[in-house]
Design a protein around this ligand. Structure first.
Ligand code: ZN
Length: 235
């Protein structure tokens, strides 16, 4: 139907309403015997985006919180701003992303569903590679001075936290930080690095943070005021 995922129809004598059952492998449309095919298809069309979103969630794909349908001329959230998006058809092997204050995505001509999927995947990959690079830079900048060496840094999707530092100095960072201003990303990296020395939020901890980032309080305040919104907005 949408071309993006398998849809099966199940006709049911008992069902009273049209209903979509989403599984990681595809979508099942439950159709009461009293409902005609045209109406069932209209219902499916109407709920396609929702089903796709739900399925991505079930598959645990990072990036399901990014806008599902990327449209040329609209904007996407990035680094605390709304960045203009330009999508153009360019013959070639795969989708390519170029960023110079706006995102320009070149996609090979093809069926719309495929182009949509390629565009989105290319942009998410680009953002994750960009974020990894930024995190490496901030880590390099702050790690040496006080010998705060993480064992590894993982970037992943987290529901309610921006970062964490495990007992063996494994640092996790929420990939949604790509959507916060750069100074906030730096603050969270520094915050977690400082937990290598102090596991708590004691006065010494904050003192160490302030040696790295004198204006750390702004970052903390920003997250207090905007963090929940950002997480919700990208749900
Ligand atoms: Zn902390």
């Amino acid at each position: 139907m949408s071309g993006d995922f398998p849809v099966s129809f199940r006709y049911s004598r008992r069902a009273k309403n049209l209903r979509l059952v989403v599984k990681p492998s595809g979508v099942e449309l439950v159709v009461p015997l009293t409902v005609g095919k045209a109406k069932a298809l209209a219902f499916l069309r109407q709920h396609c985006a929702w089903a796709e979103h739900k399925m991505a969630e079930l598959r645990g794909q990072a990036g399901n919180q990014f806008p599902q349908a990327l449209k040329s001329g609209e904007t996407v959230p990035f680094q605390g701003r709304e960045v203009p998006l330009l999508i153009r058809e360019v013959p070639g092997r795969g989708a390519k992303v170029h960023f110079d204050g706006q995102f320009v995505i070149s996609v090979p001509p093809g069926p719309p569903a495929q182009a949509r999927q390629r565009t989105r995947a290319a942009l998410l990959t680009w953002i994750k590679v960009w974020l990894r690079d930024e995190v490496e830079n901030y880590t390099a900048r702050h790690t040496e001075r006080f010998g705060l060496q993480p064992r590894q840094i993982r970037i992943k999707q987290m529901k309610s936290r921006w970062g964490s530092c495990g007992p063996r100095n494994d640092i996790n960072l929420n990939w949604l930080l790509a959507f916060a201003p750069p100074s906030i990303l730096e603050y969270v990296v520094v915050h977690e690095l400082c937990h290598i020395r102090y596991r708590d939020h004691s006065a010494q901890f904050w003192q160490l943070v302030s040696h790295h980032l004198p204006d750390w309080a702004n970052g903390r305040q920003w997250l207090k005021e905007n963090g929940a919104d950002l997480l919700r907005r990208l749900e």
